[in-house]
Design a protein around this ligand. Structure first.
Ligand code: GAL
Length: 432
């Protein structure tokens, strides 16, 4: 692979989510989930990477690593720790963090919902409650009024598909239901409606208040590349069904405003285009094998068992860069909307594969750009080692290593490599 250039208009950076790095929040539902022993090795979201206290150090590192954009989330439970009560401390904290990013010339993309919520919201039934959308929109309104002057790029909801699946089908995230398909659909429907309302709200507030900068609102879709294990009608039906349930219903809803079966029908908030960009979180390729077991959403989704270890990350997921091209191209051909690669990364504790992972995936981004696809951002997941949800702190996704005993940060060699890429927009073949 020869060296290649990337255009300057493609901003390069990294991504995080509050619950995974901040630590110290007892009002978030992941705190109770940790107390219930549901996080690997008895670990707790209370630990985090102490980012809440060390955000200045971390933003300095971001700047030293030449990153131009940063995707972060605002923790709902920090802003509204109990229903209807706004926390001035939480608001002041994020104001300081976002202002510092701006001072350093780093463009923030703020996620409003990244898998976690306040415990009070969870206690009301979380995203299955009839009041869920209203509660979330009231939080969004507060946040956009408070920070809309310094944030113009917004990601409403992270991975509604993974969220609905892991909360109500796989039982990995609170409230930990298994095979509860009815709730899976209810959560998905509520998230679609919440996204559309948030889209309209963000545009309205930023316009009314005359905030500067082009408003860009989207959501982050988890798009794995799906392949069938077999040929034939049943296999293609299985793949089609899974693609519909895991990908298409969210595109239809969050981009076009349309509810399709099994989420519902019609246009609950009117027909329109409710994304200024599409956020793509891409990690791997999955093989689908059809099954008639409804608990498995009509098909099993696995990694290819024949992939050699050198092409797997520390969690055993296949490293498959061409999938990034394929999922984005499909999305572009359908919608022609700007693309943000909102997450792409791997757990790699010894840092042996991360630099080449980044290089190979950026090569796919380059192909997309050459083919006319409007890719505008690339956020490596993640800036720091963090809480990998129910898997705990074991998997190491960070460009920056965190020593959880001392909370010291160590810049990994791959982060130095990526810093050069960010600085020059030139991707070198040689990894020193
Ligand atoms: C995504 C999620 C992130 C992170 C990442 C790595 O699904 O949005 O929060 O956990 O996966 O597994």
């Amino acid at each position: 692979m020869a060296d290649f250039n990337l255009p300057k208009k493609l901003l390069l950076g990294s991504a995080t989510a509050a619950t995974q790095i901040e630590g110290g929040d007892k009002n978030c539902n992941w705190y109770q989930w940790s107390l219930d022993g549901k996080v690997g090795n008895g670990e707790s979201s209370l630990t985090g990477a102490d980012h809440y206290n060390r955000f200045k150090e971390d933003i300095n590192l971001l700047a030293e690593l030449n990153q131009q954009c940063y995707r972060m989330s605002i923790e709902w439970s920090r802003i509204e720790p109990s229903k209807g009560k706004w926390s001035s401390d939480g608001i002041a904290h994020y104001r300081e963090e976002l202002s510092l990013l701006r001072e350093k010339g780093i463009l923030p993309l703020v996620t409003l919902h990244h898998f976690s919520c306040p415990q009070w919201f969870q206690d009301k039934g979380g995203w299955t409650a009839d009041t869920a959308v209203e509660d979330f929109i009231s939080f969004c309104e507060k946040v956009v009024e408070e920070f809309g002057d310094i944030v113009n790029e917004w990601c409403t909801i992270n991975e509604p598909n993974v969220f609905a699946n892991d909360t109500y089908m796989d039982g990995k995230y609170p409230p930990g239901h298994f095979g509860d398909m009815k709730s899976y659909f209810k959560v998905s429907r509520n998230m679609v409606i919440a996204h559309i309302k948030a889209y309209k709200l963000i545009h309205r507030i930023r316009t009314e208040k005359g905030f500067s900068g082009e408003t860009a609102v989207g959501f982050a879709h988890h798009l794995a590349y799906f392949e069938s294990s077999r040929k034939g009608l049943l296999a293609s039906l299985g793949r089609g069904l899974i693609t519909r349930l895991f990908q298409t219903v969210y595109f239809k809803g969050m981009v076009e405003g349309q509810l399709i079966a099994p989420l519902g029908s019609g246009y609950p908030e009117g027909k329109g285009c409710y994304c200024d960009f599409i956020g793509v979180n891409y990690y791997s390729r999955h093989i689908i094998t059809p099954t008639l077991n409804p608990g498995a959403l009509f098909g099993t989704i696995d990694f290819d068992p024949n992939v050699p270890d050198e092409r797997k990350n520390d969690l055993g997921w296949e490293i498959y860069p061409p999938g990034l091209y394929k999922v984005i191209k499909k999305c572009w051909d359908k919608y022609k909307l700007p693309i943000h690669v909102t997450e792409n990364g791997l757990p790699d504790a010894d840092d042996g594969k991360r630099a080449s992972f980044i290089r190979e995936h950026l090569k796919e981004v380059k192909h997309l750009l050459d083919d006319g696809v409007d890719v505008r951002r690339y956020y490596y997941w993640s800036l720091l080692d963090n809480l990998e949800w129910n898997d705990g702190y074991g998997p190491r996704f960070g460009l920056i290593e965190v020593d959880y005993n001392t909370m010291e940060r160590h810049v990994r060699p791959s982060a130095e490599y990526y810093a050069e890429v960010c600085k020059n927009h030139m991707v070198k073949e040689a990894i020193e």
